[in-house]
Design a protein around this ligand. Structure first.
Ligand code: BES
Ligand code: MN
Ligand code: ZN
Length: 507
């Protein structure tokens, strides 16, 4: 059961729940607004704890006060959680997400129901709907856990079940409701992406991932075409086929369509997600320590699928095409060899320098397919290179593109969603590293500028179509404690950015 959120008109002091959540900016000595009203109801207890420097208002600071029913006149909730919002100057939607995430975690095992005020909407100066959306996103994303294989864990039963979002002002209630609705849909989609990434590869085979896509299509009324490996070969996708041929498990190439503007096919964006359900490296086998997280090598495809769920709910006026070339990268007897040459769908010959540079091969044909089918803009999302993590740590995904306006749209959507992204260059010096002695291009440029040469490789298949490549190898999975995503494992990034981008491109 995921956390439920609902808007509620009324005074937080009078709404029964296990905990009331109020807030405070750093440096404030006398709380105002709803927090001030709670302070007065508790006989200035909050002000006192501020003087004592226990409540600091620093972002993430959280102090739990016990207020047993009947102890304070006219105050119903059993506890008060005072959340620090940090400095008012640095305050925005992502700070609201983080505060909501910390609060939801703080109440784990203590409260089943809570009531929160809309952080940032009053004194904070944020748009009410946006603040409500951020509360839903932060608390749902923040209280995620992947516990299906832990039979004795009580992590699920300890979780907060219901969050009321209290709004005193009647006229603001519709905004709170619509913000919550969008936030819930976005956050649940992101958690769906995390479930797919966290799911082990023995369970999430290529066909199982395709089944998930079929379910998404059915739930949201989207068209879905599935192509077998033989069909892919007959269309000329030998780069994709070369990767898939090393696994006994059948590959699938999926094309999902949300037709938001059926009268104008050219009004479109294509989202391509790397969907390697397990990356062993192929014959260029990975060392064990590098292989252990490779069930997550379909994080791009998972984020694209999750974004399609959001888009399918929002129904913007634009045609959105999702392409998932789904396969494993295995070293079976039929596997391709280093030194092989394959011809991609767009006609270019590729020398296989390293079978572990498989993602870009599958993307090459996905981009070829998108271009052949009238793509006006292409966004690809891929756990593509370990080098992205070397360059950027876990704070940002690496962004590349051949069109400044489209890159700008992606960066704006990422900023609004709180997904870290940093643009890297497609410089001519690095491009030379992909030169092959015997083919048009080779699939690996070696260690230096590893994320850049990978992007250069993909650009050979984007050709003159406006295109952005997002290398999420740095952010898709974390070992723990990265802001909102407290649990180790999948982050679901950049699900919400993709949905936001689609909406921003819609007519
Ligand atoms: N899936 C990996 C990239 C990756 C590494 C994702 C670590 C997440 C965490 C990709 O297919 C890969 O193996 N890339 C190689 C490229 C190299 C062979 C040119 C890499 O990064 O080492
Ligand atoms: Mn690989
Ligand atoms: Zn890979």
């Amino acid at each position: 059961m995921t956390l439920r959120l609902q808007a509620m008109r009324g005074d937080i002091a009078h709404i029964a729940s296990d905990a009331a959540i109020v807030n405070l900016f750093e440096g404030v000595e006398r709380p105002g607004g709803a927090t001030g009203a709670v302070d007065r109801a508790l006989g200035q207890l909050i002000s006192e704890l501020i003087s004592d420097r226990e409540i600091t208002g620093k972002r993430g600071n959280n102090v739990l006060i016990h207020t047993p029913t009947g102890r304070y006149d006219g105050f119903v909730p059993k506890r008060v959680l005072v959340m620090g919002l940090g400095k008012q100057a640095n305050f925005g939607a992502d700070e609201v997400r983080e505060v909501a995430a910390v609060a939801a975690n703080r109440l784990k095992g203590i409260a089943k129901t809570a009531t929160t005020i809309v952080h940032g909407a009053g004194i904070g100066g944020l748009d009410t709907a946006m603040a409500a959306q951020a509360i839903a996103e932060g608390s749902i994303i923040g209280s995620y856990g992947f516990n299906k294989y832990k039979q004795t864990s009580n992590e699920s039963s300890d979780r907060l079940e219901l969050m009321n979002v209290a709004e005193l002002n009647d006229s603001r209630l519709p905004e709170v409701r619509s913000g919550l609705g969008l936030g819930i849909a976005s956050a649940e989609a992101q958690n769906f992406a995390r479930d797919l990434v966290n799911e082990p590869a023995n369970v999430l085979s290529p066909v199982a991932m395709a089944d998930e896509a079929r379910q998404v299509a059915e739930d949201h009324g989207l068209q879905l075409t599935s192509m077998s490996l033989d069909e892919c070969r007959s269309m000329g996708m030998n780069a994709f086929a070369g990767v898939a041929q090393g696994s006994h498990r059948p590959a699938e190439f999926l094309h999902m369509t949300y037709a938001g503007d059926p009268s104008d096919a050219s009004n479109n964006v294509w989202l391509i997600g790397k969907s390697i359900t397990f990356d062993s490296g192929g014959l260029s086998l990975k060392p064990s320590r590098g292989m252990v997280t490779m069930k997550g090598d379909m994080g791009g495809g998972a984020a694209v699928l999750a974004a399609m769920k959001i888009v399918g709910g929002l129904r913007p006026r634009i045609n959105v095409h999702a392409v998932l070339p789904i396969t494993e990268n295995m070293p079976g007897g039929g596997a391709q060899r280093p030194g092989d040459v394959v011809q991609a769908m767009n006609g270019k010959y590729v020398e296989i320098d390293n079978t572990d540079a498989e993602g870009r091969l599958t993307l090459a044909d996905a981009l070829g397919y998108a271009r052949n089918n009238g793509a006006a803009r292409i966004i690809d999302v891929a756990t593509l290179t370990g080098a992205a993590r070397v360059a950027l740590g876990t704070g940002n995904a690496a962004v590349f593109g051949n069109d400044d306006a489209l890159v700008g749209s992606v960066m704006d959507a990422a900023e609004a969603s709180g997904d870290g992204m940093w643009r890297l260059p497609l410089d001519a010096t690095s491009k030379r590293l992909n030169r092959s002695n015997i083919a048009d291009v080779k699939n690996s440029g070696g260690a230096p500028a590893g994320s850049i040469t990978a992007a250069h490789f993909i650009s050979e298949f984007a050709e003159d179509t406006p295109w952005v490549h997002i290398d999420i190898a740095s952010v898709s999975m974390v070992t723990g404690n990265r802001r909102m995503f407290r649990t180790a494992g999948a982050t679901g990034a950049p699900t919400r950015t993709l949905a936001k981008l689609v909406v921003s491109l819609a007519r």
